[in-house]
Design a protein around this ligand. Structure first.
Ligand SMILES: [Zn+2]
Length: 139
């Protein structure tokens, strides 16, 4: 975060926190209650509600991100390829993971290296972005 953004955020937080507490004080004062006491109550109330709201929002946001990551991992784990071991020619089912191109044979336990290649595709008709996403995800 840049300094200017941080300053903007801090000033808006300051204005909200103190603005609402001053408003509380003025409303209380108009009903004949002590202005400073009502300001303090407004400040505390606003602080507690704001903190609770931020906490709940962050919790929900983190939960959503965790669910998305889980779904992504599940999807990634479904992409597999049948490959033969270079040593004993046994067929192995290997997950396609571009960050790890080695696999261990289930039968002879030798480490094999997997070379992944992609065939080129040519798009001949204009397609919507949704179609293209669907095609990229398809296996
Ligand atoms: Zn093998």
């Amino acid at each position: 975060m840049k300094f200017k953004e941080a300053l903007g955020l801090l000033s808006s937080l300051f204005i909200k926190l103190f603005g609402i507490s001053i408003l509380f004080g003025l409303i209380g004062w108009s009903f004949g209650l002590p202005i400073l006491g009502m300001c303090l109550i407004g400040f505390i109330f606003n602080f507690i509600v704001g903190t609770a709201f931020t906490y709940v929002y962050n919790y929900k946001h983190e939960k959503l991100i965790a669910e998305q990551n889980k779904a992504l991992l599940e999807y990634e784990s479904k992409k597999t390829a049948k490959v033969q071991c270079a040593f004993c020619h046994t067929e192995n089912i290997v997950p396609i993971d571009l960050s790890n191109t080695k696999f261990k044979c289930n039968k002879c336990h030798h480490v094999n290296r997997l070379i992944v290649t992609f065939d080129a595709a040519q798009i001949t008709v204009p397609q919507s972005t949704d179609d293209m996403i669907g095609r990229a995800v398809e296996t």
